[in-house]
Design a protein around this ligand. Structure first.
Ligand code: UD1
Ligand code: UDP
Length: 358
């Protein structure tokens, strides 16, 4: 069995790392194709180093661009590699343009596609990721659903049950595998932060940062939070967000400490010790839930509904007062929920299924 693992962005490297490690442990014949959708050190190389991952056999050098351009370039380049390597299966994870293009290239060559984190739906078709997820789910032969809910959604869309495997989310594996090492990092000390005395913020959804009004409203909400709770807001800023901040000439309100994106280990430490996470990230909604840190999601919808159902997360939208109110509401909750995303053995399960069936 020869496996091609396609990845391109920060969350894909992190969430595929447990499968890559397991494949190494079991001496499987696999190789990595990196689309290089993400290429800046702190969105890319740092994760290979920290997570001790093997270097990609192929770096496609695609980088940034409009959706059609980026997706098209990846499609063309992945096709060339797959024709040469002829793997038995291509694995993709999540919902980025790299996932769509990688999955589609394989499907059109008659190569089996395995989709890790299948069945997530926000039901918001304006979100670029939503169409990517739907399309990839519908061309996959192996759909690794993280939860029963995701599996139910897939069956409801007419996907055959025999293709769907509920395995948990590999983010839980990644958290469990790295938390102890992360605890040894000194980012809190470096930033002069006390545990549970700061908020952690990330933002990068186009709906939030590519629209000046929404971005402005969110910053206003953050200002209200700082005035009310008097805790610093630590903000490792995504390059998209940094770029938009400059284009819109928006000023960051008091209390926000901006920094470059950090590596996974430092981020886990920041996350675990935060009073609360404010985010529009998919992975951070899951991680905060696993780490028992309350989360306020700055979006109108989410595909991580399970975190809301267990009481770990709340949708705040972009209106300033609602963001501030949502923080207050979540701070009044006891973090006693149980994690709905799995037991940290998803990577092993996925590899076992592939070995049995291919
Ligand atoms: C992409 C994914 C999104 C995912 C996110 C993870 C799509 C449609 N979007 O969004 O689903 O949640 O990654 O972080 O696939 N840039 C850099 N350095 C980099 C990469 C990007 O400076 O290494 C800047 C460029 O200005 C680029 C912008 O960030 O134009 C956006 O990058 P892009 O990959 O298009 O989308 P993300 O917002 O990163
Ligand atoms: N993350 C990181 N450093 C940061 C911000 C995030 O390592 O500065 C990690 C975080 O722990 C999570 C993942 O990146 O595992 C989430 O990626 P992102 O928010 O970019 O994408 P999404 O999950 O929304 O697709």
């Amino acid at each position: 069995m020869k496996i091609a693992i396609i990845l391109g962005t920060r969350p894909e490297i992190i969430k595929l790392s447990p499968i890559i490690r397991e494949s190494q442990k079991q001496n499987l014949d696999f190789f990595i194709i990196h689309t290089t959708q993400h290429y800046t050190k702190y969105l890319d190389r740092i994760f290979f180093e920290e997570l001790n991952l093997p270097q990609p056999k192929y770096n496609l050098g695609v980088r940034s661009g409009n959706h059609g351009e980026q997706t098209g370039k990846i499609l063309i380049k992945v096709e060339g590699v797959l024709e040469k390597e002829n793997p038995d299966i291509v694995l993709v994870e999540g919902d980025t343009n790299s996932v769509l293009a990688g999955g589609l290239a394989a499907f059109k060559l008659g190569i089996k596609v395995g989709h890790v984190e299948a069945g997530l739906r926000s039901y918001d078709r304006t979100m670029p990721e939503e169409i990517n997820r739907i399309l990839v789910d519908h061309i996959s032969d192996y759909l690794f659903a993280p939860t029963n809910k995701a599996s139910f959604i897939l069956k409801g869309e007419g996907i055959e049950s025999k293709k769907i495997f509920v395995v948990g989310n590999t983010i839980v594996d990644a958290v469990f595998q790295n938390l102890k090492i992360a605890e040894k990092k000194d980012i809190l000390k470096k930033l002069q932060l006390k545990p549970k005395k700061y908020f952690l913020l990330t933002l990068h959804r186009p709906s939030n940062v590519d629209y000046k009004k929404n971005f402005y409203d969110i910053l206003k909400g953050l200002n209200l939070i700082y005035k009310k709770f008097k805790l610093p807001i630590i903000f490792p800023i995504h390059p998209r967000t940094e770029k938009q901040l400059k284009i819109f000439e928006l000023e960051l309100p008091d209390g926000i400490n901006i920094l470059e994106p950090v590596g996974y280990l430092e981020f886990l430490q920041l996350e675990q010790s935060a009073t609360l996470c404010l985010t529009d990230s998919g992975g951070i909604q899951e991680e905060a839930c696993v780490l028992k840190v309350p989360c306020v999601t700055i979006r109108e919808n989410t595909e991580r509904v399970e975190s809301i159902e267990v009481g770990a997360n709340i949708l705040a939208g972009t209106m300033p007062e609602k963001i501030c109110y949502s923080v207050k509401k979540m701070l009044n909750k006891k973090p006693s929920w149980s994690n709905p995303f799995g037991d940290g053995k998803s990577g092993r399960r996925i590899v076992k299924i592939l070995k049995e069936r291919l």
